[in-house]
Design a protein around this ligand. Sequence first.
Ligand SMILES: Cc1cc2nc3c(=O)[nH]c(=O)nc-3n(C[C@H](O)[C@H](O)[C@H](O)COP(=O)(O)OP(=O)(O)OC[C@H]3O[C@@H](n4cnc5c(N)ncnc54)[C@H](O)[C@@H]3O)c2cc1C
Length: 377
Amino acid sequence: MSGIVIIGGGITGTAAAEALSREGHAVTLIDKQGIAAMASGRTLGGVRQSGRHPAELPLAKAAVARWAGLSDALGADVGYRRGGNLRLARTPAEVDVIRALVTSQQAQGLDLAFLPDNDAVRAVAPALSPHVLAASLCPTDGHADPRKATRAFADAARRQGADIREGVAATAIHVANDRVVAVATTAGTIPAERVIVAAGVDTPALLAPLGLHLPLSIRIVSVVQTEPLAPALAQVFGVANADCAGRQEIDGRLRFTDGGAPLRTWSDTPSHDAVRDVIALVSHVLPIAGRVSVSRTWTGLVDQTPDGLPVIDTPGTVAGLVVAAGFSGHGFCLGPISGLLCADLALGRTPRHDLAAFRLARFALGAAGATTPGLHG
Ligand SMILES: Cc1cc2nc3c(=O)[nH]c(=O)nc-3n(C[C@H](O)[C@H](O)[C@H](O)COP(=O)(O)OP(=O)(O)OC[C@H]3O[C@@H](n4cnc5c(N)ncnc54)[C@H](O)[C@@H]3O)c2cc1C
């Protein structure tokens, strides 16, 4: 009997597998590398509502509500901490950006405070530098452990009967009479009534043979992780122009990133120059980042759509197909809700949130706006 095949074992695909298997559906999830091999295992791990596009804010709020109980629900620690999120201003122009952000997001009902000067910022985050002129503070934002969270979804799905196959790549989605019927893989063909494509940066290549166009530009982000420090920073921080972000992990390590650059050549580790540059950017606002030894560096890829919003949709031309990709550098937080939305769509239910802004056809129609800086901030 055929069931639901999910392509991609990041947080989107594993959360969908968990949701569908919990409802008793036959689920096969394949990942060409392994669980959390790509963005979901390389991310900063920020879980934030602040700085979201209005269309995404309801999803982010619902996700944050779900993160709070996720360790209990999945039976495994996902490393979630609700320490807040600070968006920092380093110049007078950035102060204006942050002030406007606070005003608009307060109007959308988000609990977001404007910290108008350095004293106010350092009253909540003493480790930040005098270069920070102002900030927004969202106290209900936080962070989680990317690998633990993604693995927890996959393990829960497996316990609920999902077949999770790592090291298996989808090579084609077979369609007959405008319906998905199977997924061809490097380990044979899997019959499928429904197919969820949650393959991150590789999603366009899987959709193109079906006549579906997902215009992604790929950005490469450098990530630095330090040796552990004594507790110094509860909040995740970003900056007004999103050129860096960071947080302190539960074990005391700092994890911080740059804002990414267009992908030219893929390398698993960032260049020496990229590491030097991100340390300089981050230590300007968080001086301890320049005084602690680096333990590990890596890169991650961002699946950037033209308008910075994801696609979460059932394209009308291929029945049984669900697409969830293009999270544009802020899909980790959304994972717990993206998974539920994929389940709704795969089962033909009315989705629990309005997904009008996330249709694939907006690109074909040329309706998408300008790129929104998206990476974790
Ligand atoms: C450095 C960095 C920092 C970030 N910071 C944040 C943050 O602070 N907060 C936040 O919310 N988001 C953040 N993001 C974004 C977030 O990590 C991603 O949006 C999210 O993890 C995407 O999850 P996904 O499951 O959709 O895709 P992915 O995690 O990329 O998973 C896709 C999976 O599909 C698999 N796959 C691809 N092709 C195939 C195929 N043909 N067959 C089988 N499997 C296939 C891949 O191996 C991969 O495991 C960041 C991203 C990066 C790179």
